[in-house]
Design a protein around this ligand. Sequence first.
Ligand code: KG4
Ligand code: ZN
Length: 340
Amino acid sequence: MILGIETSCDETSVALLEEDGRVRVNLIASQIERHRPFGGVVPEIASREHLQHLFPLVDRALQDANASWSDVDRIAVTAGPGLIGALLVGVAGAQGLSYALGIPLAPVNHLEGHLYSPYLQRDDAAIPLPARFLSMVISGGHSSIYDVAGAHVTMLNRTRDDAIGETFDKVAKFIGLPYPGGPQVEKHASGGTIDRKRFPLPIAQFKDQSLDFSYSGIKAGAIRLARELGVRAEGDPRLLSDFCVTFQDALFAQLFDRLDAIWVRLQRPLPTEVAIAGGVAANGALRDRMLAWGKAHGVIVRLPEKGYCTDNAAMIAFAAMQRPDASGDPRRVSARSRIA
Ligand code: KG4
Ligand code: ZN
């Protein structure tokens, strides 16, 4: 089995996977409640929480899987990108275990964890990866579309400013919704009516035809509209719902605008599957829209199980499986807050 460890942001997670990608355990200690009073993640609190939860979670994972260290062939740990203090707890912990127990250690890029995650299944072996697929990683820190062929990953675009999840969170915070904002906006969007006249939020376009994302314009526009029209969490519920559904729709419209543009520019033969991943991929309206996109384009759409959208260690262990040669000496692994 392979033991996964994830501590890059505000979730401490430990998982055990079989070599076929079957998830035996995936434990997550969420810190959301600890950060909520501050309206966002406080790095120092995150590090301390990871320190407290990591080893008890490792013990419990082995117990829950009815396994012992002799069953663990490899350890995989998120090495970056993320909060440096948070990453260090996971990396140093994994290094200690690897060194003391003589188990090879694999550093994993957090984004690679997300991008393969739609192929994990809850109670079964992983879905076999196609020869080539597109994976759109949309989370609190990232918005990028990748072209994935086995372990060969090409980034096709990225955000020039804010990530889509961050945009959800900041606008939600402005109108007084609790952190994290994405699920809150989704909740209030249900029952609302899209009203683009009242809430005009255009799709950002670059003069140079770039396919990058940009969310800072929508963020500023949504905050301005919310201020002018008096949209508040505790205010008129109808206004709040209409605002949330229109704002959410505008965020997603940009995703599909870029996906469409990338799709027509891709080299043939086209990928057979398109996936979405990351916290924002938990959004029901987006999942429905993605399935419709797949139908219209004749491609298979892979949606991650809800539990594998937000940060988790199962996806970290699974990403390490895509690079069997990457495990080795724990002294060669180091935490990096940014990875090019
Ligand atoms: O992947 P994740 O747990 O952490 C990062 O690596 O960033 O993603 C967290 C992000 C937050 O911005 C949160 O608001 C967003 O995912 N999110 C959602 C939903 N659930 C989580 N956004 C929209 N709709 C949701 N249902
Ligand atoms: Zn993440």
